[in-house]
Design a protein around this ligand. Structure first.
Ligand code: PBG
Length: 324
């Protein structure tokens, strides 16, 4: 039976009715704020291409997390900007490195902050690739022990979650083994399982000072046309011990999120990456888009596609809006 017996507009008449029948919700507990930690004291370097985001020294990272907690954001993922870089990214796994130092400071100050550590080498290598180089190519198997070592360093410092983002084959198993052998079986692994070689990472590479110095990342990150391959990556990472799987970027890959969600009974995260954030800001600055509207619409779209968790530079702004 159709119109006029059924009228879709009946349930759209008031804000309360729309809320009542809303199929998808967004709440601060599902959001993870990425933070860039740098050396120094009292440093807040604005990241030009990412309005409202900063490279933060450890003390400022602690202040920022206090402010995030006030808004109900209790998940942060840390990226490091190290003092020095070398061919094997040793500043990434050093115990006194920037990220473990920040983790210890946060752990001391906050009991219920969930601290995620991104695990990758590109911020720490002088060549900017996500693994060590042998004969001009990223050497998969030589990279695994270094990723495991970095994960162990972060977990020992007090990270709740390690999140390998390098796209080497076999890394989840290598990280899980290293954690378990060291009594860190409670540490969660979020795998960047389906991470695409994307142009949308541009602003992040400014923020983390991590662009590759030669070539690109297409020999290890996924090729944008592929979705079946993403399912296989997810399956392999789950077999190796991932607790949560991630799709990245989010907006151009909503179908991938949807497929992963429907085919696997595990929590799915999506990374609303730097370019997705910056392009909305740029358009809003030109007066072309209403920032609040497109921010909320983007994030609810990512949730509707099937993401349980969203990593987003909008985390605090969204939480503020939800509280209004
Ligand atoms: C590091 C890493 C990147 C991002 C997260 N982890 C950059 C890259 O792969 O080049 C991108 C995040 C963003 O764009 O917001 N491997």
């Amino acid at each position: 039976m159709g119109y006029p017996f059924h009228r879709g507009r009946r349930l759209r008449r008031t804000a309360n009715l729309r809320e009542l029948v809303s199929e998808t919700r967004l709440s601060p507990g599902q959001l993870v704020m990425p933070l860039f930690v740098c050396p120094g004291d009292n440093v807040r370097n604005a990241i030009r291409s990412m309005p409202g985001n900063f490279q933060l020294s450890v003390d400022q990272t602690v202040e920022t997390c206090a402010e995030l907690a006030d808004h109900g954001i209790n998940n942060v993922i840390l990226f490091g900007i190290p003092e020095t870089k070398d061919a094997v990214g040793s500043s990434g796994y050093a115990e006194d490195g920037i990220v473990p130092t920040a983790i210890r400071a946060l752990r001391e100050r906050f009991d219920d902050l969930t601290i995620w550590a991104d695990v990758c080498m590109c911020e720490y290598t002088d060549h900017g690739h996500c693994g060590v180089i042998t004969d001009g190519d990223v050497d998969n198997d030589a990279t695994l022990p270094l990723l495991a070592r970095a994960s162990l360093t972060y977990a020992k410092a007090g990270a709740d979650i390690v999140a390998p983002s390098d796209m080497m084959d076999g890394r989840i198993g290598a990280v899980r083994d290293a954690l378990d052998e060291n009594g860190l079986e409670k540490v969660v692994i979020v795998s960047y399982a389906a991470k695409y070689a994307s142009g949308f990472y541009g602003p992040f590479r400014d923020a983390a000072e991590s662009p590759p110095q030669f070539g690109d990342r297409r020999s290890y990150q996924m090729d944008p046309p592929n979705v079946r391959e993403a399912l296989r990556e997810v399956e392999m990472d789950l077999d190796e011990g991932a607790d949560i799987v991630m799709v990245k970027p989010a907006l151009p890959y909503l179908d991938v999120i949807c497929r992963v969600k429907s085919e696997f009974d595990v929590p799915v995260a999506a990374y609303n990456v730097s370019g997705e954030f910056s392009m909305l800001h740029a358009a809003a600055q030109n007066g072309w888009l209403d920032l609040e509207k497109v921010m909320m619409e983007s994030l609810i779209g990512i949730r509707r596609a099937g993401a349980d968790i969203i990593l987003t530079y909008f985390a605090k702004d969204v939480a503020k809006l939800l509280a209004r």
